[in-house]
Design a protein around this ligand. Structure first.
Ligand code: 5GP
Length: 179
């Protein structure tokens, strides 16, 4: 499918399933190399990360724990700039290597907030990984350790990412067609 209509908006194909899978596998291989021998605590940020995490962890060859946190800073197609919700962490991450897994970093506000919250749990170190990164949109000084693909500052859907709750099931990533 080269074009999809989701609710009132049209989107065109942007990143193929093959490209996504190649990038995710490369990210996992880098993590396998760089985090070898460590016990690693992966934290996926819901909802958008679920496909990325599911595909990534299948390529990981590490002693690891995988959990999820829920945060939302978005409504519709533009960032509100506010983090609205956090479902807390129940596991003890003190002294551990934590890798935060995000689907997309836009303004960077969410990741900055998560990083600050996680520091309170005293992990040994926090690494940040995102499948997609919009460098032009990023307003926070977040230092990303693993970036899959840098993309322009346009709204995208698919592969876990939604438009008002829809489109998460798409296997490819689509970008908005502005009217
Ligand atoms: P940030 O706090 O970096 O501005 O935004 C992070 C969150 O906003 C992401 O985890 C994601 O839920 C949402 N987001 C940012 N850009 C996009 C986008 O282009 N498409 C979709 N569907 N969500 C986005």
């Amino acid at each position: 499918m080269d074009k999809v209509k989701i609710l009132d908006k049209e989107f065109k194909l942007f990143i193929s399933e093959k490209r996504i899978q190649e990038v995710v596998e490369e990210m996992a291989h880098r993590m396998n190399k760089e985090l070898k021998g460590q016990k690693v605590f992966f934290i996926g940020i819901l909802n958008g990360c679920f496909m990325f995490v599911a595909d990534l962890v299948r390529h990981l060859d590490l002693d690891c724990t995988i959990t999820f946190l829920k945060l939302a800073s978005y409504q519709g197609t533009s960032s509100t700039g506010k983090v609205k919700r956090l479902i807390g962490l129940n596991e003890d991450i003190k002294g551990q290597t934590v890798v935060v897994l995000e689907d997309i970093v836009d303004t960077g506000i969410t990741l900055d907030f998560i990083q600050k919250q996680l520091r309170g749990y005293e992990p040994a170190e926090i690494k940040l990984a995102t499948l997609l990164y919009k460098p032009e949109a990023c307003r926070q000084d977040v230092s990303l350790d693993y970036v899959g693909i840098e993309i322009p500052d346009d709204f995208v859907v698919g592969y876990g990412l939604d438009y008002n709750g829809c489109g998460r099931n798409l296997r490819q990533i689509y970008t908005i067609i502005e009217d």
